[in-house]
Structure formats: C-alpha cells, structure tokens
Design a protein around this ligand. Structure first.
Ligand code: GTP
Ligand code: MG
Length: 215
C-alpha cells in the first residue's frame, strides 16, 4: 500500500514559484498575504520593513505548487533594493487601495520599476495581476470595469481583481489566476529553450525545472 502511495507521489509535478507583492505603503499587501496564507486579518497597521516572506502550498490534482510570496515594503520603491528582491520572480501582484487615488497612480510606477529590472528568459515581462484592495470600503470599480480592462491592456497586466483582505474577497481567485498563467508561460519558455525534437536521452540527467524531465 505504502509502496503504491510512494509511486503515486513520485508522479506529482512540483513547482516552486517566487511571486512578488508590491504597491504603495498601507495598501494592504501584508493583510492580503496573511489572509491568503494564515486565514487571519487585523485592523492594526504595522509597516513592513524591507521584505517579509510567506509560503503557500497548493495541492492540485497531480501538481503541487509552492508559492514563495515576497511581501515588499511600500517604502522600498524609493530605495535601491527592489532589483535584488525582484530577482528570479515568476509573477507579481501590484496592489492599490481603492480609497486612495494616489496609490492607483503609483501602480504604473511600480510596473515600470518591475519591468525595467526583471524579465523572463524569453524576454517578456513577468505575469502581473492588479489588485484593487479594500473594496469592502465601497468605491465600486465594477462599473468602471471596462476602463480597468483597458488600463490592464495598456500597461501589460494580465488581469485585475477587486479584493478585500478584511472580507476575504477574491484573493484565492486572483492567486489561482496568476499561478495558471505562470504555469502556461513556464511551458512556453521551456519549449523555446528545449526544442521538441531534442532526444529523450539528453534529459536523463534530470534538469531541474525541466518539464520534459518530470513527465
Ligand atoms: P506596507 O508594509 O507599509 O507597505 O503596507 P501594506 O501594503 O503591507 O499594508 P498592510 O497590509 O499593513 O495594511 C495597511 C492597513 O490597511 C492595515 O490597517 C490593514 O488592516 C488595512 N487593510 C488591509 N487590507 C484591507 C482591506 O481589505 N479592507 C480594509 N478596510 N482595510 C484593509
Ligand atoms: Mg506590509
């Protein structure tokens, strides 16, 4: 029985993705991560210093996804460390606070900072989702949905979600959306690096994170 189980586990595909959570001071990055990873929420605000980390494990049918979430302090946009923090990330959330328009204006600056410092092996920018947080506070964006869709197209976001860390709204959905997109891009990148015609023997050394090796 256990041998059988071990055999089954060996068939699972494992993914480890570094995902950045960025955006201005106090928009709710830490609250979103705490809600998503620990199912907790607090009204108290304590600014993040530098960067914090959290790990979320998703067990899907035959795949395990480990999301390494990098909770980067809002104040870091004015520092020099973001280049270091962004390194090797596969995806990002850029968060703004629907009650503070200046935090929405800053979204473009965060996106530019990200794209200027990081790109994927295929030369594209990493999958980035826009989060309109604190939607429990009113300021419905849904009426503005078309505008938001256009904003995403114009600025290279793969999509946007209204979220509330307080009311636990849409955070899981936004994360699933990002992860699915990262998985699709990962396959594309691997295909461009490893042509389909490559001999299977070349994979016998089991490249790390090579899709061909984990089939
Ligand atoms: P920095 O670490 O300074 O960059 O801020 P942050 O983006 O991590 O903000 P944080 O998560 O600490 O939240 C700031 C404040 O907003 C806290 O008082 C939270 O309780 C509050 N907050 C966060 N998310 C929500 C939300 O969805 N709704 C409401 N009403 N308040 C929220
Ligand atoms: Mg924080």
């Amino acid at each position: 029985m256990s041998a059988h189980l071990n055999g089954m586990q060996a068939l699972r595909k494992e993914h480890l993705y570094k995902v950045l959570v960025i955006g201005d001071l106090g928009v709710g990055k830490t609250a979103i991560i705490r809600r998503y990873v620990h199912q907790t929420y607090s009204n108290n605000y304590r600014a993040t210093i530098g960067v914090d980390f959290a790990l979320k494990v998703l067990n899907w049918d035959s795949e395990t996804v480990r999301l390494q979430l990098w909770d980067i302090a809002g104040q870091e946009r004015f520092g020099n460390m973001t280049r270091v923090y962004y390194r090797e990330a596969m995806g990002a959330f850029i968060v703004f606070d629907v009650t503070r328009p200046t935090t929405f204006e800053a979204v473009v600056k965060w996106k530019e900072d990200l794209d200027s410092k990081l790109m994927l092996a295929n030369g594209q920018s990493i999958a980035t989702v826009l989060l309109a947080n604190k939607c429990d506070q009113g300021r419905e964006l849904s009426n503005n949905g078309i505008k938001m869709d256009q904003f995403c197209k114009d600025h290279g976001f793969i999509g946007w979600f209204e979220t509330s860390a307080k009311d636990n709204l849409n955070i899981g959905d936004a994360a699933n959306f990002l992860v699915k997109h990262i998985m699709a891009t990962e396959n594309d990148i691997l295909k461009s690096v490893i042509p389909d015609t490559i001999s299977p023997q070349l994979h016998s050394n089991k490249h790390t994170s090579c899709a061909e090796c984990f089939k």
